[in-house]
Design a protein around this ligand. Sequence first.
Ligand SMILES: *Cc1c(COP(=O)(O)O)cnc(C)c1O
Length: 389
Amino acid sequence: MSSTTEIIHSVPVDPLTGSIAVPVYQTSTFVQEAPGVNKGYDYARSGNPTRKALEDIVTKLEGGHSAYAFATGLAAIDAVAKLLSTGDEIIAVDDIYGGAFRLFTHVYQKLGIKIHYVDTTDAGNILDYVNSNTKLIWIETPTNPTLKISDIQQIAHIAKSSNALLVVDNTFASPICQKPLSLGADLVIHSATKYLGGHSDLVAGLVVTKNEALSEKIKFIQNASGGILGPWDCFLVIRGIETITLRVQKQCETALAVAKFLQTHPAVDKVHYPGLSTHKNHQIAAKQQNGLFGGVLSFSLKQDESELAENFVSCCSYFQLAESLGGVKSLICQPSKMTHASVPRKKRLESGVQDSLIRLSCGIEEARDLIVDLENAFSTIENKKEVLV
Ligand SMILES: *Cc1c(COP(=O)(O)O)cnc(C)c1O
């Protein structure tokens, strides 16, 4: 795992001026000494020094060959999907991020790419769909919002023996908890909007590649399609990364404390958190996440009523009611009415997203303050229940 020291010192000092912060090169073009003779940059879509600094830092953070920064996490996902041609197939985790599902289903399927959604928590399920057209195996672990865990190493073996590439969306774990390339993945994706940025103040995405051949392809797509991240946002992501170790360690500790509190609460039905020994794939998470289980967890209420959950998420004071995750401020949401509102109810229930499921993203507040906030919310809905009766 990269140490705080390594991460901080992967941020370069500007060789031109000695500036300890990476300068924001807010420019569209670079003056040439003679036609075709330049200092490594000619046009800002093809390359920008601030973006290059971010890409190099994330390459080190994930232990990759190269990284490429995009305007959003979805633009990063789109760049990887563009590796495919008509007739190719993807095997993807059935709990995939909703935006990726929308992109695959409504854009890439139309172009003749077939997508099979399978429960990858049992790697054997993947084998049922592998054929000579399978080009990508696409997983998220932990998944959103029920924190299911898939075994990266085992799936990497399947990918290798099937001549497919393994793509891991590492947004939920962050590179502090999990390094998929070291476990055999070929490509890593981040929505830097979440833990890399870490302050809920931007949207950004990254693709990290394992080798030179993949790097050349993604670099080509980045320039050809042009969905790059602007220099100012690159600067902000770099600034976020400088404190990522401290933030994520704290967020993981807090999430575990909150999960343990919820597990003992009489109004709670299920708690989903890979750090609990009761989680189905706790052992795999412990192995591949270096003992850090992430800052996101979810839980359902014994009384599985949408209205109760709605009351709960609306009456917290530190947990702000909002989509997204990974920032310094704690967030709370009700997936069935927010992030997963467009998923048909039956399909939603099958994947464990009950009406009363509540997702928490722990920030860097003190765990005890967050627990008091939740205790207060439980009392409020308890009173509401009495009024209802
Ligand atoms: C948020 C998210 C994305 C999409 O990222 P944007 O920056 O919102 O485009 C992709 N994957 C996961 C797991 C996410 O949480």
